[in-house]
Design a protein around this ligand. Structure first.
Ligand SMILES: [Zn+2]
Ligand SMILES: [Zn+2]
Length: 296
């Protein structure tokens, strides 16, 4: 078993799911880039529907753009599938049908994850059959639509049954409404070696990132059986395993924690070999952050 978050250096903030005027978004690509750059993001994957908005060549040393796409089809039984493909190749068969586009993304070694499964009506069986690298555990726009922003239960089920499926938080920004913020609702922090396409994609593939709607993981260290988490001020730090398995610190209202240590020895001695352990933190406002499965 390998500790996924070994030797973290720094994180790069990115959004993996947003739309522009090239599909059903309301911001032209230039404005979308400026919005995220000004909000302190380091990189962006623009994911218009079934069409690749080519921006990669505009990457700079300070802001990285990765050509990406969201492919989707519709079923008649109140269910659809929307799949985000991060890092598609130079030639992508746009608007050519879901299966053809999915195969092309796989061939290009894109990171392929299922977007907003709750909003799409996706069952666990359907997700397993899809063979995705990850699922969205938080999706900003579907919070506006119908409170179907989360998918942590489905994620835990995938992890419990032995799958190393990655968890993504993203805005799925479509622009308006102007009176509400539609960007910087959910993002990922990637522990890439450099701010550059290949390096970010490699870190995504390795699951060396965490998702957030607010709090920050500052470091996650393992020394023997001792797991130490340092984070922005939060009220709760949970170490979460299958079903009921947990260790936690729940700080009383009005107080916060910024560091906690878990002794994994007694936990593993009691529970035996676990299919997964992951960390989750929550601040006083209810914002959350999630690591991927810690050991792979
Ligand atoms: Zn979608
Ligand atoms: Zn979308």
């Amino acid at each position: 078993m390998r500790f996924r978050y070994k030797d973290l250096t720094r994180f790069y903030k990115g959004n993996t799911h947003l739309h522009t005027t090239n599909s059903d978004g309301q911001l032209p690509p230039e404005q979308a880039i400026a919005l995220y750059r000004d909000a302190g993001y380091d990189w962006l994957a623009v994911t218009d529907h079934n069409v690749v908005t080519r921006l990669q060549d505009r990457s700079t040393r300070k802001f990285c753009l990765i050509d990406s796409v969201e492919i989707n089809d519709n079923a008649a039984d109140w269910r659809t599938r929307h799949v985000v493909c991060i890092g598609v190749g130079k030639r992508f068969p746009e608007r050519s049908g879901f299966g053809t586009m999915f195969a092309a993304a796989r061939k290009a070694r894109a990171i392929i994850y299922l977007a907003h499964p709750h909003w799409s009506g996706n069952s666990l069986t359907q997700i397993v059959r899809g063979g995705y690298d990850g699922i969205e555990v938080f999706n900003g726009v579907t919070w506006f639509h119908n409170r179907k922003e989360g998918a942590v239960y489905l994620w835990d089920e995938l992890l419990r049954t032995g799958r190393d499926v990655l968890g993504f938080a993203a805005d799925d920004n479509h622009g308006r409404p102007a009176e509400f913020k539609t960007h910087d609702m959910g993002w990922i922090m990637v522990a890439a070696e450099r701010l550059e396409r290949g390096s970010i994609l490699a870190a995504l593939r390795a699951g060396r990132f965490y998702s957030s709607t607010g709090p920050e993981f500052r470091s996650i260290e393992l020394d023997g059986d001792t797991l130490t988490v340092r984070c922005s001020p939060v009220q709760h730090v949970w170490l979460i395993g299958p079903a009921w398995v947990n260790r936690r610190i729940n700080s009383p209202p009005g107080t916060v924690v910024e560091q906690h240590t878990f002794d994994l020895g007694p936990l593993l001695a009691k529970e035996g070999r676990l299919p997964y352990l992951r960390l989750e933190i929550q601040d006083e406002q209810g914002n959350r952050a999630w690591t991927n499965k810690l050991f792979v």
